[in-house]
Structures are given as C-alpha cells and as structure tokens.
Ligand binder design. Structure first.
Ligand code: ZN
Ligand code: ZN
Length: 433
C-alpha cells in the first residue's frame, strides 16, 4: 500500500517543473496541443506544446541539412575588380582571418557560422531518427539531445546573414558583386532551422526518450534532499547538489555554481576590452590611392554618410548599444541581488530574458569583417586587413554572452525572500501549492 502511494507521489513529481528564471515549482497542465504553459510567477515559458508529431521537425531538419552541405561547399559570393576575380565560401573568411594572424576570431566565426549550426541540425536528426528507428540506445540519444538547448544561442546563421548585408554595401563600393547560389542555400538553412526549432516540442522528445517513465525513481522525501529542476531536461528531482538527473544524467545543482563571481569576472573583463574594441581600428581598407582605418564607430558613420540610415542604426544598436546595455543591466541586477532588493522582481526577470535574447546580434560586425577579408584580396589595387580591434570586439561579444549565461536569475528571487527569513533557512524548491 505504502509503496503504491509513494509511486503515485513520484508520478506527480514527474509533472512538476522548476522555473529556471525564478525558481518557482509548479505543476504542468495536461498535454493540450498548441497550449503554452507559463510560469505563474515570472511568465517564463515552461512548455510550448506542439500538435504535430516528430515528422515535421524531422523533415525541416533534413531540408536544413541539405541546405547546410550546399552552403558549405559552394561559393556564396563573387566579386571582380581591376580585371581580377575573387569568390568566397562560408569557410573562406575564417581561413583568411587565421592567415592574417587572427586565429581565435577565425575559429569563433567558423564555430558559430558552420560547426554549431551543423551540430544543432545533427542533434535533431540523430535524436528523431533514433526515436523512429530504435537504431541507437535511448541512453545515447539522451546524451546527444542534452546538448540541443546549450548549443541553440551559439548557432548564428541568421546573424551571419545580417553581417553579410552590411558587408555587401561595402563591397558594392569596392568592386562588382555577384551573388552566388550558396547564399540562397544559407537563407534556406536559416528558414528550415527556424522551422525545425519552432515545430520541435522538446518536452515531448524527452517524454518519448523516457517511453513514459524516467529511468530512475526519485529519492524518498527527506530533510537533506532539495527539489532541483534539471538544467537539461527540466524534470524535477529530489536530490542533493552534485547528484545526477534521474531522466537524463545531467549533473544537478540547486543554483548555477559560483554564479556571482563568474558573472562579475566576465562583466569586468568585457568592460575592460570594450575600450580597445572601440578605440583601435577593427579593419583597414586599402586601395591604390589611400589606406583607411575603420573603428566600429567609424564604420557606422560611413554608413550614415552614404545615406544607409537603417543599416547604420542597426549596426549602431548591435555593436555599440547592446554590449553596453547588457553590461549595465547585468551589473545593476547583480548589485540589486546583493542588496536583496524586492523591487520589480518580475520586471528584472523579464529584463534578464531580454538581454539573453539580444546578445548574439552583436556578432554582426565580426561576420562583416570575416566576409570582407575573405573577398577583398586584390593586392595593391584593393585589400581589407583585420586589425587588433576585431579580436577585442569579438571577445566583448563572447564575454557578455558568458556573463549572461553565468548569472542565475533565480538568485534574485532567493535573496529577496531572505529578507523575510533567516539567511540559510530558505527552502529552495518549495512544493507547488
Ligand atoms: Zn518563473
Ligand atoms: Zn535531466
């Protein structure tokens, strides 16, 4: 009888979710296609249910994979000037950046424009075909699918295409530009990946990987154990920090480890590098007559001078405002958390979601530079050389993304709650009412 009752309690636990933005544990509603389950406290989406089965996201990912292969092997742009001709594949930019001595920037561009978008598609393809065909053990599929969420923000084909748009306006001044077929494959890749992403119900995938039930039962209720939401598959575990998730074997932590220290370290490093990133030129454009250095701001002024206001404003927002906004918002959030502020907790949590969402768009200028150095190689007639500002700026973008990643917004709610309780007596992961 008691064993049956305990089993029943565990079943209920399978439907609980810890909100990763405010720490509230609530019960998921019953599956209803196209229903979105939000956190009742901070409105973070806990489960966006999809009415389609896995065939639609699988089809989109398959189309994405075909576009991906074509986009990698075929040239996407050609330019001609002074009787000479240059063409670029997506990998030419990273290669040329490395050849000019900027290996780290080249590797970063290669990672976020080729390797990680490919990996993201591969994860969807392997997991969903594995579910259909039973060729791979469920444990292996779970190990693979666990990487889907962490990789998502780093696959930047959409941002790359905006970087291409800015590069195109500069190339049109230097040479005659011909768009090639791989560019359309890149657009196809962006659309099909976004569609696969939109149609994929990750909770439904995890449930299918479980075949109905998590691998392990929960620990029995006790004073030492906390209720911890898994950072990968989001199921709630009754566990100790450092234990592994009963569904996907990810390591469980009640809160992100050393969140304050790591966030501050990344913020300070990014703020320091922001100065050389804007002070030093990011590239030099040379031709027979002159050689001109461009800082980030100089590049934006040039777009304004040529009447390209929308593009100039876009780059100004992405390259200048977003990094400053992110650093200031995060620093204010950290200070308010230290002060155990109870003010605007929902607003602060929503601001966190906003800075998390906008961060990757700052990569536009880095992609623009990689495309220009790939193409403008006409010797003394015209050439583009990356400069020391470029790695500094790329580091600012990456460090601000790391800073957002390291910050645990649940700490804002924990610290605010500590005002009304003895520190150390906050019961993290209270059971839902
Ligand atoms: Zn929440
Ligand atoms: Zn898990």
């Amino acid at each position: 009888m008691i064993a049956d009752a305990l089993k029943q309690v565990e079943k209920i636990l399978d439907d609980w979710r810890e909100c990763s933005h405010c720490g509230l544990i609530s019960t998921l509603p019953a599956m209803r296609p196209e229903l979105t389950a939000d956190c009742p406290r901070c409105h973070h989406v806990l489960w966006r249910m999809r009415s389609c089965n896995f065939e639609l996201p699988l089809g989109c990912a398959l189309a994405g994979a075909l576009f991906f292969f074509y986009a990698v092997i075929a040239p996407f742009i050609e330019i001609s000037s002074h009787g000479q001709f240059q063409m670029a594949r997506i990998v030419t930019g990273p290669y040329q950046l490395a050849a000019q001595g900027f290996d780290a920037v080249g590797l970063l561009v290669l990672g976020v424009s080729v390797i990680l978008p490919g990996a993201k598609l591969l994860i969807i393809l392997v997991t969903l075909t594995g579910l259909e065909t039973h060729l791979l053990p469920r444990g292996v599929l779970k190990d693979i699918f666990r990487w889907y969420e962490p990789i998502k923000p780093w696959a930047m084909v959409d941002v790359y295409l905006l970087g291409f748009l800015v590069a195109y306006t500069r190339l049109a001044v230097i040479a005659t530009v011909h768009l090639d077929t791989a560019l359309f494959a890149l657009v196809g890749l962006m659309v099909s990946t976004a569609a696969a992403n939109a149609f994929l119900d990750t909770e439904a995938v995890w449930r299918a990987l479980d075949s109905g039930e998590p691998v392990r039962d929960c620990a029995a209720p006790s004073d030492e154990h906390l209720l911890i939401g898994c950072p990968s598959c989001s199921i709630v575990n009754r566990a100790m920090p450092g234990d592994t998730c009963r569904r996907c074997d990810a390591v469980l932590e009640a809160r992100k480890p050393a969140s304050f220290g790591r966030s501050w370290a990344f913020i300070i490093a990014a703020a320091i590098l922001y100065v050389p990133a804007n002070f030093y030129p990011v590239m030099t454009i040379s031709n027979l007559v002159q050689s001109r250095d461009f800082t980030i701001m100089g590049g934006i002024f040039e777009l304004f001078q040529r009447g390209l206001w929308p593009l100039g404003l876009l780059v100004f927002f992405a390259s200048i405002l977003i990094p400053v906004f992110k650093l200031l918002t995060l620093a204010i959030m950290l200070i308010e958390t230290h002060l155990r502020s109870e003010q605007h907790l929902v607003g602060r949590t929503m601001s966190f979601r906003f800075v998390d969402f906008i961060g990757r768009w700052s990569m536009i200028d880095v992609f623009m530079i990689s495309i220009l150095v790939a193409l403008v190689r006409f010797g003394k007639f015209s050439s583009v050389q990356a400069q020391v500002g470029a790695p500094c700026f790329a580091a600012v973008v990456v460090l601000t993304m790391f800073a957002v990643n390291a910050f645990d917004p649940r700490l804002m709610w924990d610290r605010a709650a500590e005002r009304h309780a003895e520190p150390g007596h906050i019961h993290r992961g209270a059971e839902p009412a």
